[in-house]
Design a protein around this ligand. Structure first.
Ligand SMILES: Nc1ncnc2c1ncn2[C@@H]1O[C@H](COP(=O)(O)OP(=O)(O)OP(=O)(O)O)[C@@H](O)[C@H]1O
Ligand code: NI
Length: 312
Protein backbone atom coordinates (compact mmCIF):
# COMPACT_ATOMS: atom_id res chain seq x y z
CA UNK A 1 0.00 0.00 0.00
CA UNK A 2 1.31 3.46 -0.85
CA UNK A 3 1.67 5.84 2.06
CA UNK A 4 -1.47 7.95 2.46
CA UNK A 5 -0.90 11.67 3.03
CA UNK A 6 -4.13 13.56 2.34
CA UNK A 7 -7.61 12.11 2.55
CA UNK A 8 -10.55 14.22 1.45
CA UNK A 9 -13.92 12.63 2.19
CA UNK A 10 -17.30 13.93 1.04
CA UNK A 11 -16.27 17.57 1.06
CA UNK A 12 -18.92 20.05 -0.06
CA UNK A 13 -18.79 23.84 -0.09
CA UNK A 14 -21.66 26.19 -0.77
CA UNK A 15 -21.44 29.97 -0.91
CA UNK A 16 -24.53 32.10 -0.44
CA UNK A 17 -24.66 35.09 -2.78
CA UNK A 18 -27.24 37.72 -3.75
CA UNK A 19 -28.10 35.63 -6.82
CA UNK A 20 -28.53 32.36 -4.93
CA UNK A 21 -26.41 29.62 -3.42
CA UNK A 22 -23.26 28.68 -5.37
CA UNK A 23 -22.65 24.93 -5.25
CA UNK A 24 -18.91 25.34 -5.60
CA UNK A 25 -17.81 21.88 -4.42
CA UNK A 26 -20.03 18.82 -4.13
CA UNK A 27 -19.02 15.56 -2.47
CA UNK A 28 -15.30 15.68 -3.27
CA UNK A 29 -13.61 12.43 -2.29
CA UNK A 30 -10.00 11.59 -3.14
CA UNK A 31 -6.66 10.98 -1.54
CA UNK A 32 -3.06 11.89 -2.25
CA UNK A 33 -0.18 9.63 -1.32
CA UNK A 34 3.17 10.74 -0.01
CA UNK A 35 5.46 11.89 -2.84
CA UNK A 36 2.61 11.94 -5.31
CA UNK A 37 1.84 14.69 -7.84
CA UNK A 38 -1.92 14.86 -8.16
CA UNK A 39 -3.61 17.29 -10.55
CA UNK A 40 -7.10 18.68 -10.47
CA UNK A 41 -8.15 19.83 -13.92
CA UNK A 42 -11.39 21.17 -15.35
CA UNK A 43 -12.90 24.27 -16.87
CA UNK A 44 -12.97 27.71 -15.35
CA UNK A 45 -15.48 28.19 -12.55
CA UNK A 46 -15.86 24.45 -11.86
CA UNK A 47 -14.78 24.79 -8.22
CA UNK A 48 -11.11 23.78 -8.34
CA UNK A 49 -9.78 26.73 -6.38
CA UNK A 50 -12.54 26.54 -3.79
CA UNK A 51 -11.65 22.88 -3.17
CA UNK A 52 -8.01 23.89 -2.64
CA UNK A 53 -9.12 26.64 -0.28
CA UNK A 54 -11.33 24.17 1.59
CA UNK A 55 -8.34 21.91 2.23
CA UNK A 56 -6.22 24.85 3.43
CA UNK A 57 -9.19 26.21 5.42
CA UNK A 58 -8.90 29.51 3.61
CA UNK A 59 -12.45 29.71 2.28
CA UNK A 60 -14.38 32.96 1.92
CA UNK A 61 -15.82 33.74 5.37
CA UNK A 62 -19.43 33.11 4.34
CA UNK A 63 -18.73 29.74 2.70
CA UNK A 64 -20.38 26.67 4.25
CA UNK A 65 -18.14 23.62 4.53
CA UNK A 66 -19.06 20.01 5.18
CA UNK A 67 -17.05 16.80 5.02
CA UNK A 68 -13.69 15.72 6.32
CA UNK A 69 -10.07 16.46 5.45
CA UNK A 70 -7.30 14.38 7.02
CA UNK A 71 -3.64 15.17 6.62
CA UNK A 72 -1.07 12.70 7.82
CA UNK A 73 -3.65 11.15 10.13
CA UNK A 74 -4.86 14.45 11.63
CA UNK A 75 -8.38 15.61 10.89
CA UNK A 76 -7.42 19.14 9.90
CA UNK A 77 -11.00 20.07 9.04
CA UNK A 78 -11.80 19.77 12.77
CA UNK A 79 -8.87 21.83 14.10
CA UNK A 80 -9.31 25.25 15.63
CA UNK A 81 -8.07 28.15 13.51
CA UNK A 82 -5.13 28.53 15.87
CA UNK A 83 -4.11 24.89 15.48
CA UNK A 84 -4.67 25.12 11.73
CA UNK A 85 -2.24 28.02 11.55
CA UNK A 86 0.49 25.68 12.75
CA UNK A 87 -0.35 23.18 10.01
CA UNK A 88 -0.52 25.81 7.29
CA UNK A 89 2.93 26.53 5.96
CA UNK A 90 4.45 23.67 7.89
CA UNK A 91 2.76 20.43 6.79
CA UNK A 92 0.75 21.86 3.93
CA UNK A 93 1.78 24.99 2.08
CA UNK A 94 0.24 26.81 -0.81
CA UNK A 95 2.02 28.48 -3.65
CA UNK A 96 0.12 31.50 -4.77
CA UNK A 97 -0.66 32.17 -8.38
CA UNK A 98 0.64 35.67 -8.66
CA UNK A 99 4.00 36.38 -7.07
CA UNK A 100 3.47 40.10 -7.45
CA UNK A 101 0.46 39.93 -5.16
CA UNK A 102 1.72 37.23 -2.81
CA UNK A 103 5.03 38.82 -1.92
CA UNK A 104 5.22 41.87 0.25
CA UNK A 105 6.82 44.55 -1.94
CA UNK A 106 8.29 46.36 1.06
CA UNK A 107 10.13 43.43 2.63
CA UNK A 108 13.41 41.92 1.42
CA UNK A 109 12.93 38.58 -0.36
CA UNK A 110 15.34 36.80 2.00
CA UNK A 111 13.35 37.91 5.02
CA UNK A 112 10.13 36.67 3.42
CA UNK A 113 11.64 33.24 2.81
CA UNK A 114 13.17 33.00 6.29
CA UNK A 115 9.99 34.03 8.10
CA UNK A 116 8.08 30.71 7.77
CA UNK A 117 11.12 28.80 9.04
CA UNK A 118 11.21 30.92 12.18
CA UNK A 119 7.46 30.82 12.62
CA UNK A 120 6.83 27.15 11.85
CA UNK A 121 10.05 25.36 12.63
CA UNK A 122 11.09 27.56 15.53
CA UNK A 123 14.46 28.19 13.88
CA UNK A 124 16.83 30.86 15.07
CA UNK A 125 17.53 33.86 12.86
CA UNK A 126 21.00 32.55 11.93
CA UNK A 127 19.77 29.06 11.05
CA UNK A 128 16.88 30.38 8.99
CA UNK A 129 19.27 32.71 7.19
CA UNK A 130 21.59 29.83 6.34
CA UNK A 131 18.64 27.82 5.07
CA UNK A 132 17.40 30.77 3.04
CA UNK A 133 20.81 30.94 1.36
CA UNK A 134 20.58 27.27 0.55
CA UNK A 135 17.04 27.68 -0.80
CA UNK A 136 18.05 30.61 -3.01
CA UNK A 137 20.95 28.60 -4.43
CA UNK A 138 18.73 25.54 -4.85
CA UNK A 139 16.31 27.59 -6.94
CA UNK A 140 19.07 29.26 -8.89
CA UNK A 141 18.56 32.71 -7.41
CA UNK A 142 22.17 33.81 -7.33
CA UNK A 143 24.32 35.15 -5.86
CA UNK A 144 22.30 34.45 -2.71
CA UNK A 145 24.07 37.00 -0.54
CA UNK A 146 22.99 39.73 -2.97
CA UNK A 147 19.56 38.37 -3.88
CA UNK A 148 18.65 37.79 -0.26
CA UNK A 149 18.84 41.51 0.43
CA UNK A 150 16.86 42.59 -2.61
CA UNK A 151 13.21 43.60 -2.80
CA UNK A 152 10.68 41.83 -5.06
CA UNK A 153 10.73 44.63 -7.67
CA UNK A 154 14.43 43.93 -8.27
CA UNK A 155 13.64 40.38 -9.37
CA UNK A 156 12.65 39.22 -12.85
CA UNK A 157 9.29 37.48 -13.23
CA UNK A 158 10.85 34.03 -13.42
CA UNK A 159 13.04 34.69 -10.43
CA UNK A 160 10.05 35.88 -8.42
CA UNK A 161 8.19 32.73 -9.31
CA UNK A 162 11.10 30.63 -8.08
CA UNK A 163 11.33 32.74 -4.93
CA UNK A 164 7.65 31.99 -4.31
CA UNK A 165 8.33 28.29 -4.52
CA UNK A 166 11.28 28.79 -2.19
CA UNK A 167 8.94 30.56 0.21
CA UNK A 168 6.33 27.79 0.01
CA UNK A 169 8.84 25.02 0.53
CA UNK A 170 10.99 26.76 3.12
CA UNK A 171 9.48 24.86 6.06
CA UNK A 172 9.74 21.50 4.25
CA UNK A 173 6.02 20.87 3.89
CA UNK A 174 4.73 17.41 3.03
CA UNK A 175 2.11 18.74 0.65
CA UNK A 176 2.11 21.77 -1.60
CA UNK A 177 -1.09 23.11 -3.09
CA UNK A 178 -0.32 25.12 -6.21
CA UNK A 179 -3.28 26.87 -7.82
CA UNK A 180 -2.74 27.73 -11.49
CA UNK A 181 1.05 27.91 -11.22
CA UNK A 182 1.36 28.42 -14.98
CA UNK A 183 -1.27 31.09 -15.40
CA UNK A 184 -0.15 33.84 -17.74
CA UNK A 185 3.38 32.58 -18.16
CA UNK A 186 5.16 31.66 -21.37
CA UNK A 187 6.23 28.20 -22.46
CA UNK A 188 9.81 28.63 -21.33
CA UNK A 189 8.89 29.76 -17.83
CA UNK A 190 6.36 26.94 -17.72
CA UNK A 191 9.20 24.50 -18.30
CA UNK A 192 11.11 26.15 -15.48
CA UNK A 193 8.19 25.76 -13.12
CA UNK A 194 7.79 22.12 -14.15
CA UNK A 195 11.50 21.52 -13.49
CA UNK A 196 11.35 23.23 -10.08
CA UNK A 197 8.27 21.26 -9.05
CA UNK A 198 9.82 17.99 -10.18
CA UNK A 199 12.91 18.81 -8.17
CA UNK A 200 10.88 19.55 -5.03
CA UNK A 201 8.77 16.43 -5.60
CA UNK A 202 11.82 14.22 -6.01
CA UNK A 203 12.91 15.40 -2.58
CA UNK A 204 9.73 13.84 -1.22
CA UNK A 205 7.05 16.52 -1.25
CA UNK A 206 3.58 15.73 -2.62
CA UNK A 207 1.69 18.18 -4.81
CA UNK A 208 -1.90 19.07 -5.43
CA UNK A 209 -1.79 20.99 -8.70
CA UNK A 210 -4.86 22.95 -9.62
CA UNK A 211 -4.84 23.89 -13.26
CA UNK A 212 -6.82 24.13 -16.44
CA UNK A 213 -3.59 23.65 -18.34
CA UNK A 214 -4.08 20.05 -19.48
CA UNK A 215 -0.60 19.87 -21.04
CA UNK A 216 1.05 20.97 -17.81
CA UNK A 217 -0.98 18.45 -15.81
CA UNK A 218 0.07 15.75 -18.23
CA UNK A 219 3.74 16.65 -17.97
CA UNK A 220 3.67 16.81 -14.19
CA UNK A 221 1.25 14.35 -12.68
CA UNK A 222 1.12 10.84 -11.38
CA UNK A 223 -2.67 10.97 -11.20
CA UNK A 224 -5.36 13.24 -12.59
CA UNK A 225 -8.75 14.23 -11.20
CA UNK A 226 -11.27 15.95 -13.44
CA UNK A 227 -13.68 18.49 -12.03
CA UNK A 228 -16.95 19.40 -13.68
CA UNK A 229 -19.52 21.77 -12.24
CA UNK A 230 -18.30 21.32 -8.66
CA UNK A 231 -17.91 17.53 -8.82
CA UNK A 232 -14.93 15.28 -9.40
CA UNK A 233 -16.14 13.11 -12.27
CA UNK A 234 -13.05 11.01 -12.89
CA UNK A 235 -9.81 10.06 -11.11
CA UNK A 236 -7.20 8.02 -12.93
CA UNK A 237 -3.51 7.38 -13.31
CA UNK A 238 -2.00 9.83 -15.78
CA UNK A 239 -1.10 7.33 -18.49
CA UNK A 240 -4.42 5.49 -18.58
CA UNK A 241 -6.28 8.75 -18.36
CA UNK A 242 -4.65 10.25 -21.43
CA UNK A 243 -4.83 6.96 -23.30
CA UNK A 244 -8.46 6.26 -22.52
CA UNK A 245 -10.48 8.85 -20.62
CA UNK A 246 -13.71 7.25 -19.44
CA UNK A 247 -16.10 10.03 -18.55
CA UNK A 248 -17.71 11.74 -21.58
CA UNK A 249 -16.66 15.11 -20.15
CA UNK A 250 -13.04 13.94 -19.78
CA UNK A 251 -13.18 12.81 -23.42
CA UNK A 252 -14.59 16.16 -24.49
CA UNK A 253 -12.02 18.03 -22.40
CA UNK A 254 -9.14 16.18 -24.04
CA UNK A 255 -10.61 16.65 -27.51
CA UNK A 256 -10.62 20.38 -26.82
CA UNK A 257 -6.82 20.65 -26.40
CA UNK A 258 -4.85 21.94 -29.41
CA UNK A 259 -2.97 18.63 -29.95
CA UNK A 260 -6.28 16.85 -30.47
CA UNK A 261 -7.82 19.33 -32.84
CA UNK A 262 -9.28 21.84 -30.37
CA UNK A 263 -12.85 20.56 -30.74
CA UNK A 264 -14.95 22.77 -28.50
CA UNK A 265 -17.20 21.09 -25.93
CA UNK A 266 -20.78 21.46 -27.20
CA UNK A 267 -23.24 23.48 -25.14
CA UNK A 268 -22.63 25.97 -22.37
CA UNK A 269 -20.96 25.65 -18.99
CA UNK A 270 -23.71 25.07 -16.43
CA UNK A 271 -24.69 27.55 -13.77
CA UNK A 272 -23.12 26.82 -10.40
CA UNK A 273 -26.29 28.12 -8.74
CA UNK A 274 -28.92 26.10 -10.56
CA UNK A 275 -26.90 22.98 -11.24
CA UNK A 276 -28.33 20.40 -13.69
CA UNK A 277 -30.24 17.57 -12.06
CA UNK A 278 -28.78 14.08 -12.02
CA UNK A 279 -25.51 13.89 -13.91
CA UNK A 280 -24.38 17.48 -14.19
CA UNK A 281 -22.93 16.86 -17.65
CA UNK A 282 -26.07 15.29 -19.10
CA UNK A 283 -27.30 18.41 -20.98
CA UNK A 284 -24.06 18.37 -23.01
CA UNK A 285 -23.41 14.65 -23.16
CA UNK A 286 -23.55 12.75 -26.47
CA UNK A 287 -24.33 9.48 -24.64
CA UNK A 288 -27.20 10.80 -22.53
CA UNK A 289 -29.68 8.14 -21.33
CA UNK A 290 -32.88 8.36 -19.26
CA UNK A 291 -31.17 7.36 -16.05
CA UNK A 292 -28.70 10.26 -16.38
CA UNK A 293 -31.44 12.41 -14.83
CA UNK A 294 -30.70 10.57 -11.60
CA UNK A 295 -27.49 11.13 -9.62
CA UNK A 296 -24.83 8.85 -11.09
CA UNK A 297 -22.85 6.62 -8.72
CA UNK A 298 -19.08 6.91 -8.40
CA UNK A 299 -17.87 3.67 -9.91
CA UNK A 300 -14.54 2.44 -8.54
CA UNK A 301 -12.57 0.23 -10.91
CA UNK A 302 -9.42 -0.77 -9.04
CA UNK A 303 -8.80 2.75 -7.83
CA UNK A 304 -9.88 4.36 -11.08
CA UNK A 305 -13.06 6.29 -10.32
CA UNK A 306 -15.69 7.60 -12.68
CA UNK A 307 -19.00 9.30 -11.87
CA UNK A 308 -21.08 8.05 -14.79
CA UNK A 309 -24.00 5.69 -15.42
CA UNK A 310 -22.30 4.13 -18.44
CA UNK A 311 -19.91 2.27 -16.15
CA UNK A 312 -22.35 1.41 -13.38
N1 LIG B 1 -15.92 34.51 -2.74
C1 LIG B 1 -16.86 33.96 -3.53
N2 LIG B 1 -18.17 34.28 -3.37
C2 LIG B 1 -19.12 33.73 -4.14
N3 LIG B 1 -18.87 32.83 -5.10
C3 LIG B 1 -17.59 32.48 -5.32
C4 LIG B 1 -16.52 33.01 -4.55
N4 LIG B 1 -15.36 32.48 -4.99
C5 LIG B 1 -15.71 31.64 -6.00
N5 LIG B 1 -17.04 31.64 -6.19
C6 LIG B 1 -17.78 30.83 -7.17
O1 LIG B 1 -17.52 29.46 -6.90
C7 LIG B 1 -17.44 28.74 -8.11
C8 LIG B 1 -16.13 28.00 -8.18
O2 LIG B 1 -15.08 28.94 -8.30
P1 LIG B 1 -13.55 28.52 -8.36
O3 LIG B 1 -12.74 29.76 -8.24
O4 LIG B 1 -13.29 27.45 -7.38
O5 LIG B 1 -13.42 27.94 -9.85
P2 LIG B 1 -12.11 27.40 -10.59
O6 LIG B 1 -12.43 26.03 -11.09
O7 LIG B 1 -10.94 27.54 -9.70
O8 LIG B 1 -12.02 28.39 -11.83
P3 LIG B 1 -10.71 29.03 -12.54
O9 LIG B 1 -10.15 27.92 -13.39
O10 LIG B 1 -11.29 30.14 -13.35
O11 LIG B 1 -9.79 29.49 -11.48
C9 LIG B 1 -17.64 29.75 -9.23
O12 LIG B 1 -18.98 29.69 -9.66
C10 LIG B 1 -17.32 31.06 -8.58
O13 LIG B 1 -18.04 32.10 -9.19
NI1 NI C 1 -9.27 28.70 -9.82
Amino acid sequence: MPDLLLKVSGVSVTIPTGQGTVHAVDDATFSINKHEIFSLIGESGSGKSILGQAIMRLLPPNAVFSGKVELDGTEISALSEKEMQKVRGKTVASIAQNPYLAMNPGIRVGTQIAEPMQAHLGMSKEDSKARTFRALKYFDIVPPEVREREYPFQYSGGMLQRAMVAMGTAADPELIIADEPTKGIDVLKKRNIAAIFHKVASDGCAFLLITHDVGFARAMSDRIAVNYCGQIIEIAGKDVFFKEPLHPYSQALLDAVPERGMHPIPGLSPSMIEVPEGCRFHPRCPYKMDRCLKNPPVVDMNGRCVRCWMYA
